[in-house]
Design a protein around this ligand. Structure first.
Ligand SMILES: [Fe+2]
Ligand SMILES: [Fe+2]
Length: 205
């Protein structure tokens, strides 16, 4: 079978749906490459006016996460957190969260999902908006993680002089997490709060 015969889903046979399921499983394996391709577009189609592209912003955030000793879930989240800027500019945070939700732990996905509201503390007052939008999430166990993600990796990563790792550096990590079993409870770690890695303080001399 090269393709199904039906033109309306309700007319499909069991054999046709088994055929489609096998193709879909193969197709799913390409998700990491498609995600990386979308990130690549952010080198060209990007929000104007900043000193760096959206791709460079994601790479910089992920590089900071990496250098501060963050685990792979945080690093992949940092590189992907603004992937929705092109396709879903009004809800880019939720868009990115849905892409990573099956493969990263809940704390990290929640952080990506809400980072847009938490970032408002840095600029919203300049537009006359409520910069403390984040306060409505204070009851969440992941509140502080999102505060720290924004402070340390997101809002700080618009520097054209920062030496970020290239996308090729992060691609194997993206592929690794997308190869995980989707929604595996051992990956999702529902309710578990790990936070960001502690900041290194310089040892007293
Ligand atoms: Fe964002
Ligand atoms: Fe960002």
């Amino acid at each position: 079978m090269k393709s199904v015969d039906f033109t309306r889903m309700k007319d499909g046979t069991r054999d046709e749906y088994l055929f489609l399921r096998d193709l879909e499983l193969e197709h799913n394996k390409g998700a990491a490459d498609r995600v990386l391709r979308e990130l690549g577009f952010q080198a060209e189609e990007t929000l104007p006016g900043y000193k760096i592209t959206r791709l460079e912003h994601g790479l910089q955030a992920a590089t900071r996460a990496c250098r501060e000793g963050a685990d792979i879930d945080w690093v992949v989240a940092a590189v992907l957190h603004d992937i929705g800027d092109g396709l879903a500019p009004q809800n880019h945070d939720h868009f990115a969260a849905e892409i990573i939700r099956p493969f990263l732990r809940e704390e990290v996905v929640w952080t990506v999902e809400h980072h847009g509201a938490f970032q408002m503390v840095y600029y919203a007052h300049h537009y006359g908006w409520n910069r403390f939008e984040r306060e409505k999430y204070q009851a969440s166990p992941y509140y502080q993680s999102c505060v720290d993600f924004c402070e340390r990796w997101d809002q700080a990563s618009f520097d054209p002089d920062y030496g970020s790792e290239p996308l090729d550096f992060f691609a194997p990590m993206v592929r690794q997490v997308f190869a995980r079993k989707a929604y595996d409870p051992e990956v999702i770690q529902k309710g578990v709060v790990k936070g960001l890695p502690p900041l290194q303080t310089q040892a007293a001399e």
